[in-house]
Design a protein around this ligand. Structure first.
Ligand code: NAP
Length: 304
């Protein structure tokens, strides 16, 4: 076992359906270009980052059909196919990117089915390990969106189903139709919206996958309480943000995204960082200003 693999062991594990994965996971969105709109400037670099993630013991990688129109799925295939048996690749359908930075839900069953087929081909798999409904589309009855996912599961095209950016009520409505193997919501130490969803997942033992775990890079800033704690622990602010998430709940999996091998190694190393009660108390006081929280809530809205 390499040092990186030993470190990731310390993040603990969760069960996603019939799979056990390390809680410290990897978000592949940043393997595309900066706007998540096209291929990265340096494709070889993105391939190296994906391979390094697996070398470091990452066994749960998150992506989506809409990240640069499938570019990140293609890069994962190029980097990692044939995939290691223990690697869970999660992808999503149900959200499109209309213009760079402008996202819209599309939950029509025919569209979800088409996108599932496209992801199967891009990833070159016969079954998707974990397939999320990326957003609940308010224009389509929720049960129709869930029914489409249930059909894909019954046909063997997806192994497990997950929900992204949802409320407790939506999780419980979904569970009446289909097993929910994971929930993926926006969550980090400075933007702890939807803590009721995390608490519910903890109670129901549903893995909670936290997106924007380092606030899209914002928590890596060299000033503020996160940076102060990092300096005391001889670590980095991004590591403190990730360690806080791991400490927050044993069902929580952070999926930090990066296009940098150095950042990836740093993020995985956060698996073994432990925060004291004093650090946790100081970090608990951190909260983004209301206008920024409102902006983030709109991006990660569970009630669109
Ligand atoms: N379900 C959803 O609706 C949804 C929405 C958005 C994202 N996601 C998922 O969540 C994952 C994470 O989201 P994200 O990538 O937007 O946010 P993030 O993980 O909070 O932050 C990523 C940003 O932080 C920087 N970064 C990463 N590690 C760093 C480090 N150690 N030090 C300094 N900077 C660092 C990265 O830049 P560098 O490339 O320079 O490292 C990147 O710009 C995505 O990859 C995607 O899989 C899901």
């Amino acid at each position: 076992m390499t040092d990186g693999q030993k470190r990731i062991e310390r993040s603990g594990t969760v069960r996603i359906g019939d799979r056990t994965v390390h809680r410290m996971s990897f978000g592949a969105m940043r393997l595309a270009d900066k706007e998540i709109w096209g291929p990265p400037a340096d494709r070889e670099n993105s391939i190296r980052v994906a391979r390094r993630a697996v070398d470091l013991g990452i066994d749960h990688i998150d992506t989506a059909d809409s990240y640069a129109f499938g570019v990140t799925e293609e890069i994962l295939r190029e980097a990692l196919h044939p995939y290691p048996d223990d690697l869970l690749i999660a992808t999503k359908a149900g959200q499109t990117q209309v213009r760079p930075g402008e996202w819209a839900p599309v939950g029509r069953p025919s569209y979800l089915r088409q996108q599932c087929e496209a992801s199967l081909r891009r990833l070159r798999v016969e079954r998707i390990g974990l397939f999320y409904l990326h957003r609940v589309d308010p224009q389509v009855p929720f049960d129709d969106q869930l029914g489409a996912m249930k059909e894909l599961q019954e046909e063997g095209k997806i192994a497990h189903f997950g929900l992204s950016s949802v409320t407790v009520e939506q999780i419980e409505q979904a569970r009446r139709v289909i097993d929910v193997a994971a929930v993926q919501n926006i969550f980090n130490v400075a933007a702890r919206m939807g803590e009721d969803v995390l608490d519910h997942c903890e109670q129901e033992r549903i893995p909670f996958v936290a997106w924007f775990p380092i606030l899209s890079g914002g928590l890596a800033a060299p000033e503020g309480v996160v940076a102060e704690v990092a300096a005391e622990l001889d670590s980095t602010p991004a590591q403190v943000a990730l360690a806080w998430l791991l400490a927050r709940s044993d069902v929580l999996c952070p999926i930090p995204g990066t296009s940098s091998i150095a950042h990836l190694e740093e993020n995985v190393a956060a698996s073994s960082l432990r925060l004291s009660d004093d650090h946790l108390a100081r970090l608990a006081a951190l909260r983004l200003p209301e206008d920024q929280l409102a902006q983030l809530a709109a991006v990660g809205s569970a009630r669109e």
